[in-house]
Design a protein around this ligand. Structure first.
Ligand SMILES: [Zn+2]
Length: 159
């Protein structure tokens, strides 16, 4: 399991609901107004064909053949920055930033930004040994996510 850092989800920011397979180009153009409507439509397709492969738009055989799965996905008004890392690296980042080293959590963007600054200084000083270079690469990416959240009054979440 990897860890994804992202701004707290706010229902009001959702523009539409669509389907996604998980591939970067896999988001469909559906414009369902509610999660429930999208879910019903997805179940109808699966009921008809036994799978949701006909909804896949990524072009990947695995998905279009129906071997993969499609899930209802909220599409927000603006592109939201996220940072995806492996579980091991996620825990490294959490510890360096001084956040609870849990699989899921949330913290105010302000305190995350302070933690990133402290973690960056410590990494620059080599406090984390071999992990320092990795942290110096990832912490600026986490900062982009945290700044986005802070500017919108949102918390930062990870899961
Ligand atoms: Zn796909």
């Amino acid at each position: 399991m990897g860890i994804q850092f992202e701004p707290e989800f706010r229902e009001a920011d959702v523009e539409r609901y669509a389907f996604a397979c998980g591939h970067p180009n896999g988001l469909t153009t559906h414009t369902f107004e509610s999660h429930g409507d999208a879910y019903t439509a997805l179940c109808d397709v699966v009921g008809l064909h036994g799978h949701a492969g006909s909804l896949a738009v990524c072009g990947d055989m695995f998905c279009t053949s129906g071997a993969g799965s499609m899930s209802v996905t909220p599409v927000t008004r603006e592109e939201t920055p996220v940072l995806k890392v492996s579980g091991t690296n996620g825990h490294r980042i959490l510890r360096a930033v001084g956040l609870p080293d849990d699989y899921c959590g949330s913290a105010p963007a302000d305190s995350v930004l302070r933690g990133i600054q402290a973690g960056t200084e410590a990494a620059a000083a080599g406090v984390y040994g071999n992990e320092s270079a990795y942290l110096l690469e990832r912490l600026p990416e986490l900062e982009t996510v945290a700044r986005f959240a802070q500017e919108r009054g949102l918390a930062l979440t990870w899961a």
